[in-house]
Each structure stands twice: as structure tokens, then as C-alpha cells.
Design a protein around this ligand. Structure first.
Ligand code: GLC
Length: 536
């Protein structure tokens, strides 16, 4: 079945704006930088780009703390630069998805400033989740100018970035922040909040964006009454041990995945559908399983949701097979469109997750090829086409609020600015010779886009071949996937005319019947370990 909606079978390239390309030499990527590299993206063969937040922001969470949803931060350019980017991307046939951050604002947003100024009980505080702590005493029993005791936060929720999810303001009240204290959570039960975001959606749609990536799409609503989270000891330990592969999922999650959130997406879908040309939204929803994820992509809600279950799978054929089966079954129930993702700006790069070095890179290429053969859309993260590994960023250069709060390496290692050319930092990232905002490893010279473009065996050349070959079947191969059994260590499936095979074992296996269209690495008498192939 061919479905004309472009997002149903797209390859979408994530641009982490700070780290993609710098046009003005301040060491931080920007919108004109992205525009200047559109020919590279067109040659790579992507259908769309998703650009991380470039709005006015104090950058405490590198743009995911928005102070003005309708403007471009001077760090990244001007509104006119976005217009140019849109125009030129469209001229290259590339759609543009922008990031929407509705769960929280920046502490610098005018609403939060007004909330602080207005005081307890005010309508201004009612746009956020301000509460008294359990030991608060009535204000009229406290002498003027004294801070009421209120030393215990309103509940036991923890921030994703570590520590209590509550911060206290000078008058003694607390406000909820599921992320950094500079990112106060909005109260989505207050009608002013959805009204504001509907206007923001229209603002960017009117400027010509093709869609939105919805940050923390499973957040927004919190269980009424904000009850304590009930955690078993084992769940608490798992939370503490969690690495950068997304949150754990204890049984009781009063801060995530509340039923009311779906009404928001129904309203947004109506807005998106009122514009021409298949505008779309893709949610960042870290949910418990494929079935809960599928609720976000019912026909009248979001168009897609990132499939983090694929990203979280180990290097294991049975695990990959289980995610494929569960994902396709779950989206089929709601007529949704599957997605696949292996890396983004919040997780350890997949070359490193799969072991790093030569083996990690071989596996990363093979996993990428497997994902690209599946029905639906694949989301790829800048730098994976260069085979970049997670960088062990020196503690002195840590910038991620998560790292700074927890004292553990955070997400800086997957956010190191891209190496474009040359043999020393900043590797063509921007003009000038200063290190970019996160230093690049000195040894990246063989990994630059320039160096790889000339090498037919490079990861960049492989990505170009894979995206080009994918175009020959992506829209016509249909949505049916038939898993074939070639042994416990091998994942094999047929989709339309294409057979995809991935060897997660340690010995070479026989190739299924057919002619090899593409392989992720050298072949011998069969399919070597850590290698994938497409056959027709
Ligand atoms: C999302 C973003 C992440 C950000 C967080 C808070 O998970 O991907 O980078 O820190 O939301 O906005």
C-alpha cells in the first residue's frame, strides 16, 4: 500500500542546533549554519530535519527552557534566518520539523516572572504548579516579612535531572520542576496554558514549518492532587542506577502518561489538519511499552511517536524481533505509523552502546540498516552518519544540567559539535580557531564529513547508499513484516520484495535467498557477525 503522507515513510535527521554548524564563530551552532549545510543533508538523502529548540532561552537546558516561544534566540539568529532556512530546505525537498516544549517554560518566561511577583494564590501562580509544603503554616500566623517554615516539599517526586522535583521560592511556596529548577512545570488544567500553545502552534505553522516534535509528550498532566509516588525499594534502586537510556517505569507514575494528555493532542491534530500539505507532529513519549505508546498515535492524535523501545533493545536478535513484533502490533491496532530511533541528543550514541570501536561501529551500521528496512519512519541523529562515538567529555567542560546536578557524566558526550573538515578542532564547525562550546577530540580528523565523503568504505558513504537504496522500496514495500526463523542469533524479516537480515551472533551465517542490494560491511561466504544485508 502506498500512502502519500510523506511522514509515514520518511527519514528524518535530527539537528541539535548548538552542535551542527556555526556561522558566526562564537563556537555555538546556529540557524544560518544549518542553512549552509542543507546541500550536505540533501546529498545524504534525508526527507526531513527536526531542529532542536532555537527559541529565546537562557540556555540552562540548552534551549529546552523557553523564555519566548515565538522568537529566535540571538545566539541562533533571527526569525528571518528561520524563514530563509525554511525556504531553502523546501527548495531542496527537505521538510522542517521544529521542537515544541509544552511541559515547562524557562524561569525567564514572562508568565513565571509574573507568578513570582504576584505571590501565593494569584492567577499568575495558577499557570504553574505552586503548592505549600505539608508543614506550611497559614500566612496570617507568621509575622510580616518572616519566611514561613515550609521546609518539606509538597510530595516525594524526583526530578529527571536528580534531587527533589520541587524548588522553594522566598515566600515559602514550592513549584514543581520535573527537570531543572529553571524549568517550572506548567499547569495544563489551567485553560490559559492550552490556549497559549495553540497560538504558538499556529504561529510556526503560519511561517511554514512542516511539523513539530513534542518534547516530553507524556508529561503535561499530573495525577490530580499530586500524590506521593509509591515506589518499591527495587524501583527506587533501579531509578538511581538508571543510565542515559530514558526513565525507568515503576508501577506508579503520577507525573507521566496521564489520560488527560490525549485531549491536548486531539486539539492539536485538528489545528494541524486545518493546514495544507500534511503538517505533522511526533511525540517524545517515554512510555512503559508499545501498547501505551500506541495511544499517542490514535488517528485523531499525534501522527507519530518515537519508538524508544527499539533504542533500548540490547544487541540481541530476539530482543530486536520482539520490539518489531510488539511495535507493529500496537500501531496496527490504532492504524498508526511506526517509528524507529537509535540515537538522539539525550542518550549514549549507539556505536558506544554496542561496544564502541570497530565492533561497535559495525553493529551500529548493521542496526541502522535493519531499522531503515522497516515500515514507517526512521529518525537519525546528527553525527551517526559519521559513525561518531560518545565522547568522554572532561568534567571541566560538562554543560548538561543533568550532569551538573547528579555529578555523573550526562548528555554532553553525544552533543559534541560535528567535525566537518580539516585536521584540527574546530574541524570546520565554524570560522575561527576556538574550540566549540564542547571541545572536540583531537583525533576526529579521519571522521570529518570531508574525509569520509572521499572514502567509499566510510560510514558517511554507507549512509548515503543506504538512504538512496531505501528510496527504491520505502513507499512501495508495504507495512507487512514477516519474521523468518534463521536461528536465535539472526534477525531476518521480509517486507514486500526486500529481505533484511542481521547477524547478532559470533559466526558467519548463510545468507537467505536473493541478490544482495546492500550490506553494512564486507561479506564473505555468508553474512559475517555484526553485519546486516538487504536482499531482493
Ligand atoms: C526532553 C529533551 C531533553 C530535555 C528535556 C527537558 O527529554 O529531549 O533534552 O532536557 O526534555 O525539556
Amino acid at each position: 500500500m502506498t500512502d502519500e503522507a510523506w511522514w509515514r515513510h520518511a527519514v528524518c535527521y535530527q539537528v541539535y542546533v548548538r552542535s551542527f554548524a556555526d556561522s558566526d564563530g562564537d563556537g555555538i551552532g546556529d540557524l544560518p549554519g544549518i542553512t549552509s549545510r542543507l546541500p550536505y543533508l540533501a546529498e545524504l538523502g534525508v526527507d526531513a530535519v527536526w531542529i532542536t529548540p532555537f527559541y529565546t532561552s537562557p540556555q540552562h537546558d540548552h534551549g529546552y527552557d523557553v523564555a519566548d516561544y515565538r522568537d529566535v534566540d540571538p545566539l541562533f539568529g533571527k526569525l528571518a534566518d528561520l524563514d530563509t532556512l525554511l525556504e531553502q530546505a523546501h527548495a531542496h525537498g527537505i521538510r522542517v520539523i521544529v521542537d515544541l516544549v509544552p511541559n515547562h517554560t524557562s524561569e525567564d518566561h514572562e508568565w513565571f516572572r509574573a507568578a513570582l511577583a504576584a505571590g501565593p494564590g494569584s492567577p499568575e501562580r495558577g499557570r504553574y504548579l505552586f503548592r505549600d509544603g505539608p508543614d506550611a503554616v497559614p500566612a496570617n500566623t507568621v509575622p510580616a516579612n518572616a519566611v514561613p517554615p515550609n521546609t518539606v516539599p509538597p510530595n516525594n517526586w524526583e526530578s529527571v535531572f536528580g534531587g527533589s522535583a520541587w524548588a522553594r521560592v522566598p515566600d515559602g511556596q514550592w513549584y514543581l520542576h520535573l527537570f531543572d529548577a529553571t524549568q517550572p512545570d506548567l499547569d495544563w488544567r489551567n485553560p490559559e496554558v492550552p490556549a497559549m500553545f495553540e497560538d504558538v502552534l499556529r504561529f510556526w505553522l503560519d511561517r511554514g514549518v512542516d511539523g513539530f516534535r513534542i518534547d516530553v509528550a507524556h508529561g503535561l498532566f499530573k495525577e490530580p492532587g499530586l500524590p506521593d509516588q509509591r515506589l518499591t525499594d527495587a524501583e527506587r534502586e533501579a531509578n538511581l542506577a538508571a543510565d542515559l537510556l530514558g526513565p525507568q517505569h515503576p508501577e506508579h507514575e503520577p507525573m507521566w502518561d496521564q489520560p488527560e494528555v490525549h485531549d491536548v493532542y486531539r486539539a492539536w491534530r485538528r489545528i494541524l489538519d486545518s493546514y495544507p500539505d500534511d503538517r505533522m507532529a511526533v511525540g517524545e513519549a517515554w512510555t512503559r511499552d508499545a501498547a501505551s505508546l500506541a495511544r499517542y498515535v490514535r488517528p485523531d492524535e499525534l501522527h507519530q511517536s518515537f519508538n524508544f523501545h527499539w533504542l533500548s533493545a540490547d544487541w540481541s536478535a530476539p530482543q530486536f524481533a520482539a520490539v518489531i513484533t510488539e511495535t507493529l502490533a500496537a500501531v496496527a491496532l490504532v492504524g498508526g505509523s511506526p517509528t524507529w530511533v537509535l540515537s538522539n541528543h539525550d542518550v549514549i550514541r549507539h556505536v558506544t552502546r554496542y561496544g564502541g570501536g570497530t565492533v561497535g561501529l559495525a553493529r551500529a551500521r548493521a542496526a541502522t540498516m535493519t531499522m531503515l528496512a522497516l515500515p514507517g519512519s526512521s529518525y537519525i541523529y546528527q553525527g551517526e552518519e559519521l559513525g561518531l562515538e560518545e565522547v568522554d567529555v572532561d568534567r571541566a567542560h560538562w554543560q548538561d544540567p543533568q550532569a551538573l546536578t547528579t555529578g555523573k557524566p550526562g548528555r554532553d558526550g553525544c552533543r559534541v559539535p560535528l567535525p566537518w573538515s580539516g585536521d584540527a578542532p574546530p574541524f570546520g564547525f565554524g570560522p575561527g580557531s576556538d574550540q566549540p562550546w564542547i571541545p572536540q577530540p583531537a583525533g576526529w580528523s579521519s571522521l570529518t564529513a570531508e574525509a569520509q565523503a572521499e572514502d567509499a568504505e566510510s560510514t558517511l558513504a554507507f549512509y548515503r547508499r543506504a538512504l538512496s537504496a531505501r528510496r527504491t522500496f520505502a513507499t512501495t514495500a508495504g507495512d507487512q513484516v514477516e519474521l523468518l526463523d534463521l536461528g536465535a542469533k539472526v534477525l531476518t524479516f521480509r517486507r514486500g520484495p526486500v529481505t533484511a537480515v542481521l547477524n547478532c551472533g559470533t559466526t558467519t551465517v548463510a545468507m537467505p535467498d536473493g541478490t544482495v542490494l546492500l550490506a553494512s560491511g564486507p561479506l564473505d561466504d555468508g553474512l559475517p557477525p555484526d553485519t546486516a544485508a538487504w536482499l531482493v
